[in-house]
Ligand binder design. Structure first.
Ligand code: MIC
Ligand code: SF4
Length: 644
């Protein structure tokens, strides 16, 4: 039987396991990336493993999330990351050099290689034919130490593209269309492979927009073939030697095939507050816009920015709109400056921000009260922008500019003008903001500099065989990690300070949660709906609840990275055997979990609601390794005890 691209890469990297969908597989990881907001924890974890130098082919530490430096915290963390990276064989991409996924694509990504990153949008690398996964910091730390990455063997989906995009219809619209079809849960347990005759007309940055947004489908990852388009991109980046062709076999079998005719597609928009709340832009008439933000790892490539500049050239942003533009990397910004496009952007009245995540993660540029903000980003979760009642819509750069110019949500196909943009034959290459690690000799004596913001890693406890736990919170479907552990300018600087962060846990859902959890007499339990923990890879959404005494989450279903983070943090993830049991539970009920060890091994546990006297069955789909991790009280304890 023929193989898909992903199956070929998995086979070439398989350390253990069987490639039947649903079974656990372990993969050898060629490259890792971290960003600062998750990286501090990942390197603290790596340090506790006592391995002097990373064992991957390449590991890069980026600083792109926390660049505001409103106090000593961020600068201290940057210094920690720079020194810990230098000591342990990791390249360091300095603050301002760009967003990790954009820079990695430009300078390091290689077709056919495996990459894990402590950021959920690591699948952006699929745009260049990498098998790239978002993961929790602890999994990345293990991979840096040469350990395998464990996942459930995914199903294979294929999106077959035909036709060609019409002017002003973009790769972002393709992503939004797929979100409309599949929803934020539709990709769970699957790798989405893109193919068909339509892909030949999509450049690498456009492909990367699509694989980036695959994260919002809940997909394990997304990937494009590596073809002549990939080859030309690598030549233009001065990295022809990194090229390797990659294609699926003609008789490869997919679990689901979705056809999209690019020629029939229209500009799409995701309405508040979910990336799958998608409609056609033209259906939204007379919606006044307060703010437009262009950038993020989804839409900040040179290709995107040149189109933006071409549309803005000679025009002025509407008086009621505040427009921000954050180029994805220093390379993009430099090339915009060199060709004059930056002047066109500035002349339009746009505000140019640093090459960083910025507004995407609520680091500045929050909208006004109840403000309508159009963003070229990938997430519009409630409160993520920093303004609680902000109305965030997700759009393409073209829709963003058309709307910024008129002041209303505007279908860009009504825009008057032509914006043909060509990819350059050569990108401008200057890697001066990427610092190579120290030599082995120099590293031995190098000091790692830690600031007072770096607090000790919280400790989790092994499980006893039974426990009483109090339901401290019951939440609905599609709870994101932004609900569990919000980010934003006030909180993000404390990513290496779990005690401080803990005050904000679940603040969006219930501001009393953290206080109640601290005062609880029993261990804590959270009850979730379906797709619990979607969104970010931040392990803080598991470490902080663990610090607050949460031992178990019972949900209708979980998002992939978050459930792995819960297990790594020593929190037991259970699912309802009968989702109707969810309705019988209420906050403050005390649940008794009996025979936890045997239950884990059997795949089901008997739970008694001591408050009502009712029983229900909770499923516990854990591999033996995951059971052992939980029994040890988390991955760090497990690794310290010699577990693989
Ligand atoms: C995000 O987009 O939510 C983030 C911020 O990049 C996160 C990582 C984090 O929380 O630090 C992600 O996507 O994994
Ligand atoms: Fe940064 Fe936003 Fe991309 Fe996350 S989604 S990596 S915050 S740009």
């Amino acid at each position: 039987m023929g193989k898909t691209i992903a199956q070929k890469i998995i086979q070439a990297h398989l350390v253990s396991g069987d490639m039947t969908p649903g079974s656990e597989i372990a993969l050898r990881i060629d490259q890792t990336l971290t960003q600062d907001a998750t990286g501090t924890m990942a390197y603290l974890e790596f340090e506790t493993m006592g391995i002097p130098r990373v064992k991957t082919e390449l590991s890069v530490a980026y600083v792109d999330h926390n660049t505001l430096q409103c106090g000593f915290e961020n600068a201290d963390d940057h210094r920690y990351l720079q020194t810990v990276a230098a000591k342990h064989g990791v390249y360091f991409s300095r603050p301002g050099n760009g967003i990790c996924h954009q820079v990695h694509l430009e300078r390091f990504g290689k077709p056919g290689k495996t990459l894990i990153g402590s950021d959920s949008h690591t699948p952006t690398g699929g745009g260049i034919g990498m098998l790239a996964f978002g993961a929790g910091g602890m999994d990345v730390a293990v991979a840096m130490g040469g350990g395998a990455y464990y996942i459930t063997m995914p199903k294979m989906f294929k999106v077959n593209l035909t036709g060609k995009l019409n002017p002003y219809v973009t790769a972002k619209d393709v992503s939004l269309e797929l979100l409309r079809i599949l929803s934020v849960k539709g990709g769970v347990g699957a790798i989405v492979e893109w193919g068909g005759p339509g892909i030949a007309s999509l450049s690498v940055p456009e492909r990367a927009t699509i694989t980036n947004m695959g994260t919002e489908l809940g997909a394990t990852t997304s990937i494009f073939p590596s073809d002549e388009v990939t080859h030309q991109f690598l030549i233009a980046q001065g990295r022809e030697e990194d090229y390797a062709p990659l294609a699926s076999d003609a008789d490869a079998v997919y679990d689901r095939i979705i056809d999209i005719d690019l020629s029939a597609l229209k500009p799409m928009i995701a309405c508040p507050h979910s990336p799958d709340n998608v409609v056609e832009v033209e259906s939204l008439k007379n919606v006044k816009v307060d703010q437009v933000c262009i950038g993020s790892c989804t839409n900040s490539s040179l290709f995107d920015m040149l189109k933006v500049a071409a549309m803005l050239k000679g025009r002025t942003v509407a008086p009621g709109v505040s427009l921000s533009i954050s180029p994805g990397s220093r390379q993009v910004l430099t090339m915009l400056a060199d060709c004059g496009a930056l002047s066109d952007i500035l002349a339009s009245g746009a505000r140019v921000l640093e090459c960083a995540c910025g507004p995407c993660i609520g680091m500045g540029f929050s909208p006004n009260s109840a403000g309508v903000s159009l963003r070229t980003f990938n997430r519009n979760f409630l409160g993520r922008s920093g303004t609680k009642d902000g109305q965030v819509y997700l759009v393409s750069p073209e829709t963003a500019v058309a709307s910024a110019l008129t002041g209303f949500i505007t279908d860009p196909t009504t825009f008057d003008g032509d914006i043909q943009v060509q990819m350059p034959e050569k990108f401008k290459i200057n890697d001066s903001a990427v610092l190579p690690p120290l030599s082995v000799e120099d590293a031995a004596n190098a000091e790692v500099l830690r600031g007072p913001n770096i607090k000790e890693f919280p400790k989790s406890e092994p499980f006893a065989d039974s426990m009483d736990g109090q339901i401290l919170l019951q939440v609905g479907d599609n709870i994101t990690t932004d609900h569990i552990m919000p980010a934003g300018a006030k909180i993000l600087p404390y990513r290496s300070n779990i005690p401080h962060l803990s005050q904000f846990c679940f603040e969006v859902c219930d501001p009393t949660f953290a206080q109640r959890a601290k005062q609880a007499q029993h261990s804590g339990i959270i009850i979730g709906g379906s797709n619990y923990g979607q969104g970010s890879s931040r392990e803080h959404a598991a470490l902080v609840p663990m610090y607050l005494g949460i031992r178990c989450v019972i949900a209708k279903s979980f998002a992939r990275i978050h459930v792995a983070n819960l297990i790594n943090a020593g929190i037991l993830p259970l699912t309802f055997a009968d989702p109707a049991d969810y309705d019988a539970l209420q906050q403050d009920h005390v649940l008794h979990l009996q025979d936890i060890r045997t239950g884990m091994a059997d795949g089901k546990l008997d739970v008694t609601d001591k408050t009502t006297g009712k029983h229900f069955t909770a499923q516990c789909n854990l591999t033996q390794r995951q059971q052992a991790i939980l029994m040890a009280g988390g991955l760090l304890n497990y690794t310290r005890e010699g577990g693989q």
